[in-house]
Ligand binder design. Sequence first.
Ligand SMILES: Nc1ncnc2c1ncn2[C@@H]1O[C@H](COP(=O)(O)OP(=O)(O)OP(=O)(O)O)[C@@H](O)[C@H]1O
Ligand SMILES: O=P(O)(O)OC[C@H]1O[C@H](OP(=O)(O)OP(=O)(O)O)[C@H](O)[C@@H]1O
Length: 218
Amino acid sequence: MPTPLTFAVPKGRILDEALPLMARAGVVPDAEFHDKKSRALSFACENSDMRLIRVRAFDVATFVAHGAAQVGIVGSDVVEEFNYPDLYAPVDLDIGHCHLSVAEIKGEQTDTLPSHLRVASKYPNLTRRHFEKLGVQAEVVKLNGAMELAPTLGLSSRIVDLVSTGRTLKENGLIETSKILEISARLIVNRAALKTDERVAALVDAFRAAVAREKEAA
Ligand SMILES: Nc1ncnc2c1ncn2[C@@H]1O[C@H](COP(=O)(O)OP(=O)(O)OP(=O)(O)O)[C@@H](O)[C@H]1O
Ligand SMILES: O=P(O)(O)OC[C@H]1O[C@H](OP(=O)(O)OP(=O)(O)O)[C@H](O)[C@@H]1O
């Protein structure tokens, strides 16, 4: 018996959109996965020896990059932030669309950038890389959520955060001043597992086909 494949999924908002696509690719978690009272973190799958683990979005990439999980689903924001050499993102799942942007207090934007800035973000690497390209040294204050509070409370002059409808920025007195990255969810695989385990390559094909069918039907 081969060891079961481990498939990592994020707990957050991508999951609801990912589950129907996973089902079309033949990955269906057992009933316990949907039991809100369950404290289990690892779940069996119907009709396969695969097991699903449910972890935080950033941790999906970490489990897969280290080979602790062979396959996962995560936003391209997370893939780009970590840039792990052992992680390969072969399929754009066309779900979880949003973008990563710089925002600042409405009415306080200036035309010229200073040589040094303080920026609050959950994405220190992407933030530094973006400002480096503009010749600006960004000091990143790492936050894990509610970034939109930072400028108003004087923690930073700008934030780099995800934007979808733009409502969170608007309701917190901020304005988007530049877009850094378009984002969607990706199927990710561990590169070594893809080379050595044919079940991983078969899953990549199954997800490609599921996305193509979804596009045809739309
Ligand atoms: N407003 C949004 N609209 C669309 N997609 C989003 C939005 N916010 C986040 N995403 C996508 O969903 C992914 C997970 O975001 P979310 O904040 O829901 O995850 P989470 O698991 O709750 O995060 P954490 O583990 O930090 O609590 C992000 O990495 C991004 O790709
Ligand atoms: O443009 P909008 O549609 O308003 O969406 C953007 C918000 O969504 C995400 O936060 P989330 O709701 O995941 O909460 P978080 O602060 O805990 O990450 C993101 O960090 C923004 O705050």
